[in-house]
Every structure is written in structure tokens, then in C-alpha cells.
Design a protein around this ligand. Structure first.
Ligand code: FE2
Length: 344
């Protein structure tokens, strides 16, 4: 267990440092997901939770919002429903000055996340002792417990979290308990936008496809001795539509990612490789579909994993600074194909 300190003071979030239990978990079982965003659709003003905001900044015209002056921790259930819908519409939302949220601690993080769906317990990552459903990222001068590779020329690795699960996550909450002075930003891409950039015949073809997503490489990373060297649940692979439909907004989004998508079902190897490489490169390169979140103390970021991709930026290695983050990851529905009747 690391013993991070901030200056001379004992580390404020020492109780949330990563722990790698040797517990073993059975396979996940399917469940019915009811998305809270549906309830907000019925409201006269589904954005009323923003009424008290001192500032709302749209990061780009159709993707990403930054909010000042709204205390997430104090929202009632209707406010939480509205948050779910607004994040589904904007893809990613950055909430500043959430000291209250941070201070309420891990039981609250868990209660908050559970409102939006069944919390996922990560098969390999570190978690605070006693809170296996709080996923941690962690890097300090000597150690990283992240899925980070050092044989590539960039640390950018676009992905949608745990897309290998049968029911991957929906609204996801992430915040940094400790962060470098500068650097360690997070990149987000709108998969609604990446899809929209493509021509209609290509979109029509992609809607007919489904792809295999795999957790095996991530598990092997841990089995090779990295990241706490623990695999608590056997890795799984699942087939998802290449274009999925959001259950609340009805919007279509591209649903492949370089980290976990391996193969397009039914295509020859070269065909699958060529199409996936084209799509991954498109996600990588299109700054017109992206935003970059610069972290500040007490910032909480929410995103909808069904319609976005993201990547860490590990550009602060040389400073040796601590970056310690917590994520609560509610699972959502099994991805809905944009093409009616596509058999999975
Ligand atoms: Fe991630």
C-alpha cells in the first residue's frame, strides 16, 4: 500500500488509497437497468438543476459543459434525474467546487453512483479498503496502479470504460483527490459526433455490424505482475453493436474503442482490421469531436460512457507528482443496436 503524503501534512485521502484484495468474484449476472434520465424527460424544465448555477460554459457547440455554482451532493432525486439526462445530451459535464461531494466520503460516493445504476466492481483495479465498487487511478513518483503502457510513443488510449461487459456503464462519475500542479488532463470524444461525421452509406453499413469487446488483455496486464497483480473476476468478452442507440435521447453513437474492441463479427480478418483501424484513427484524430478537461481541486466530472470515449494524458511523469482519482461506475443496459432487429 502506498503511503502518499502532500508536503508535511498527512495525506488527506490516505483512507482512499488503492488496496488490492485477494477476493475472488463470480461472473456478473444480467439485471434490468432503468435509466433515471427517462424521468427527467417528463419534467417541464429538465434543466432546472442548473437554475442556481453561477456560470454554465458550453465547451463546444454540441459536446461538453462546464458548471460553476451547483452543489451536486445536495441535489434531490429530481435533480439527479436531470443530471442523468443532461449528461446524456452533452456527453460530458465538469462540475467545479464540489468540496461537499468530496468530504462526504466513500459511502456517499457509492450511494450517489448507485442512484444511476448497479455499481460495477472492477476485476483488476485498486479500490479503497472496504469499497470494492470505488475504482481508483493512482500514480506517484515511484508507482502506478493504472493501465499504462510504456512501449508506445503516446499515452493516449481512447476507450469507453469496461466495454467488454454485457452491460457496460452509463453515467460515470470521476474526480481527482490529488492532482499535479499542471498536466494529467483527460480527453473526451463524442461518439455521437464521430458517427455524424461519416457519410450516410458508411453509417448505414456500420449499423449492420457488431464487434467483439474483450477484457482479456486487461486481465493479462495484471497477471503479468502490473497494477497490483490481481484478477478478482475472470475476464469476459461480449459482442455489441458497432452503432448503439441511447435509451433516453434516442441518439446514435459509434461504439468501438481501441482499448477493448478486437474484431468485427463475421468479417474476414483484413476487412475487420481495416474498418476498425479507420474508426480508431478517426476517433484519435478528430479534434472537432473532442474536449480536454483540465482538472482543478474539487472538480467532479460526469460522462456518459455509452456515447463518449476518453483517454488519460500522462504528461506529468517527470515531476513525480501524485495523481489519485476515484470513479464510481454504474452499469447500464445492454447496448441497443441502432439498427432495429440486429441480432447480437
Ligand atoms: Fe477510462
Amino acid at each position: 500500500m502506498p503511503t502518499a503524503t502532500e508536503g508535511e501534512e498527512p495525506y488527506r485521502y490516505a483512507h482512499l488509497l488503492p488496496y488490492f484484495s485477494q477476493d475472488r468474484y463470480p461472473p456478473l449476472t444480467p439485471f434490468e437497468h432503468i435509466d433515471p434520465g427517462h424521468r427527467a424527460l417528463l419534467l417541464e424544465n429538465p434543466r432546472a438543476f442548473l437554475d442556481k448555477a453561477s456560470r454554465v460554459i458550453e465547451l463546444t457547440p454540441s459536446f461538453g459543459t462546464e458548471v460553476f455554482g451547483v452543489n451536486l451532493a445536495e441535489l434531490d432525486n429530481s435533480g439527479r434525474d436531470q443530471v442523468a439526462l443532461e449528461v446524456a445530451r452533452r456527453g460530458v459535464m465538469v462540475f467545479h467546487d464540489q468540496q461537499d461531494f468530496f468530504d462526504r466520503g466513500p459511502d456517499f460516493y457509492r450511494e450517489w453512483g448507485s442512484y444511476f445504476g448497479r455499481l460495477h466492481i472492477h476485476p483488476t483495479s485498486g479500490h479503497p479498503k472496504g469499497y470494492p465498487d470505488v475504482h481508483l487511478v493512482y500514480r506517484d513518483a515511484k508507482t502506478t496502479y493504472n493501465y499504462e503502457r510504456d512501449e508506445t510513443i503516446t499515452t493516449t488510449l481512447w476507450h469507453s470504460d469496461i466495454s467488454y461487459e454485457l452491460q457496460p456503464p452509463g453515467l460515470t462519475t470521476f474526480f481527482l483527490l490529488a492532482l499535479p500542479e499542471t498536466g494529467g488532463d483527460t480527453l473526451f470524444a463524442s461518439q455521437v459526433m464521430t458517427l455524424k461525421r461519416l457519410s450516410p452509406p458508411v453509417v448505414a453499413f456500420l449499423r449492420t455490424l457488431k464487434a467483439l469487446h474483450s477484457g482479456i488483455e486487461q486481465a493479462n496486464f495484471s497477471r503479468s505482475g502490473k497494477r497490483g497483480a490481481t484478477v478478482r473476476r475472470e475476464p469476459v468478452e461480449h459482442v455489441h453493436p458497432v452503432v448503439r442507440r441511447h435509451p433516453v435521447t434516442g441518439e446514435e453513437a459509434l461504439y468501438v474503442n481501441r482499448q477493448f474492441t478486437r474484431h468485427i463479427v463475421g468479417l474476414k480478418r483484413e476487412e475487420s482490421d481495416a474498418i476498425l483501424k479507420f474508426l480508431f484513427d478517426h476517433i484519435d484524430k478528430s479534434a472537432d469531436n473532442q474536449v480536454r478537461v483540465k482538472w482543478a481541486p474539487n472538480t467532479v466530472v460526469l460522462w456518459d460512457n455509452r456515447i463518449t470515449a476518453h483517454s488519460a494524458v500522462v504528461d506529468f511523469k517527470d515531476t513525480g507528482e501524485l495523481r489519485h482519482g476515484a470513479r464510481v461506475t454504474p452499469q447500464a443496459e445492454r447496448p441497443i443496436p441502432a439498427l432495429d432487429g440486429l441480432e447480437l
